[in-house]
Design a protein around this ligand. Structure first.
Ligand code: SR1
Ligand code: MG
Length: 406
């Protein structure tokens, strides 16, 4: 019998079954537990434990001492505490949009939570060209609630500062500082550029000093603007979805940062799905239909965010100066500007940097992949350089459509 109460070790599938039997008060005594490790992210181990008799199931997510993607990244397993705590907080702020946490275990650095196997990973579903008409409604509510309600606009400032302290996340922030804000903008050995795209990257990204200057400003914004408690890695692989339900999970990169970081990640990852559809749907009518669906979703995410943000500000702002004429619009304008900039960084880093996305790598025709990558890079660069002019959903769509014709 293993002892899970003394010292941390990384679990096997067998250990996870034993852990569920001895450390969780969830399954019946006569449960027939089975377990499969199903993690496909870059960092952690995810065990799905099922009772084959009752069909009851849970997820046990454990943080390892190094990242799965590469042991170059040594990471404190305490990130599991950050993840468990923020999930519990977001469960209250945005009910229905995150999985329920049953238990956080600070010795085994693991978190037991609701199994969402009746949902599918949003990235995989979009690659299969499925539609989710309620997504923009759901994600805009999640974003407004988690971002505005954790900001100084709504929270008491001392209470908010206590949260800033408890969600200090230096190791995972460093990953984003390097992989999102630094390495993609020079010929860094850790980059991973598709051969056919390399020349375009050299000419249009690495030689562009104006772009580099903007990325330097944005990196410092990311490191110093403790605006909202952000998810920190809100791509479509961090979203489980089904027709009538959207669940955001995997917030281990959470910290107090710019609100636009989360919105920008959602937008960029919808654009990856758009680029995938553009080059993989052969039937012209079906392709146009799916691109229209994704374009409208992108526009709606921005516009619904704006609409709900203004409403929640009016209803819930507690800060005295938040009521000054023009401040709400000014503040929101900076969030949308940052959204564009972050979407630009995400679009560029997933093409040039270490961590790629399946929407693009699964495009099997090399010429199509290069064209998709160039479109993403062009949109990304325009978002960064032109961020001050990005104000509505329509502005985002204009940039996407003009990159397609370049
Ligand atoms: C070393 S981790 C690489 C990437 O995976 C995570 O999901 C984050 O996006 C990170 O940048
Ligand atoms: Mg992740």
């Amino acid at each position: 019998m293993k002892d899970f109460t003394k010292e941390y070790f990384t679990m096997t599938e067998e250990d996870a079954i034993e852990y569920a039997k001895t450390n969780l008060d969830i399954f019946q005594k006569d449960a027939q537990l089975e377990c499969k490790e199903i993690g496909d992210g870059n960092l952690n181990y995810v065990f799905k434990v099922v009772d084959s008799k009752s069909k009851q199931s849970v997820i046990i997510k454990q943080a390892g001492p190094v990242a799965r993607i590469s042991d170059e990244f040594k990471l404190s397993p305490d990130r599991n505490r950050i993840e468990s705590e923020i999930l519990q907080l977001q469960f209250k702020l945005a009910p229905g949009y995150v999985p329920e946490v049953y238990k956080y275990d600070p010795i085994m650095n693991c978190c037991t939570m609701e199994d969402l196997s009746d949902h599918e990973m949003m990235r995989a579903a979009l690659i299969e060209h499925k539609k989710f008409p309620l997504f923009s409604e759901h994600i805009s509510t999640f974003l407004v609630n988690t971002l505005l309600l954790t900001s100084d606009v709504v929270m008491g400032h001392k209470e908010k500062k206590a949260l800033v302290k408890s969600f200090i996340n230096p190791e995972l922030c460093e990953i984003s500082e390097d992989l999102v804000y630094t390495e993609p903008f020079y010929d860094c050995p850790r980059n991973d550029v598709f051969p056919g795209t390399r020349e375009f990257v050299q000419e249009n990204i690495w030689k562009d000093e104006k772009l580099q200057l903007e990325t330097a400003k944005l990196k410092f914004e990311f490191m110093t603007n403790a605006q909202s408690l952000i998810h920190g890695d809100l791509h479509t692989g961090s979203i489980f979805i089904k027709e009538d339900s959207t669940k955001v999970f995997d917030p281990e990169f959470a910290f107090y940062g710019p609100a636009g970081y989360d919105i920008g990640n959602v937008i960029a990852n919808l654009i990856f799905a758009y680029a995938n559809a553009k080059f993989t749907i052969e039937d012209e009518i079906k392709r146009k239909d799916y691109l229209d669906y994704l374009g409208n979703t992108i526009k709606d995410v921005i516009d619904l965010f704006i609409e709900k943000f203004l409403r929640v500000w009016d209803d819930q702002a507690t800060e005295h100066v938040a009521k000054y004429k023009g401040f709400k619009e000014h503040y929101l304008g900076t969030v949308i500007r940052d959204t564009a900039a972050v979407a630009g960084h995400e679009l560029i880093r997933r093409i040039i940097g270490l961590a790629h996305v399946k929407d693009i790598t699964s495009i099997s025709n090399p010429e199509s992949r290069v064209r998709a990558e160039k479109i993403c890079l062009t949109i990304g660069k325009t978002f960064i350089l032109n961020r001050e002019n990005m104000k509505t959903g329509a502005d985002f769509i204009d940039v996407i459509q003009s990159a397609e014709t370049k």
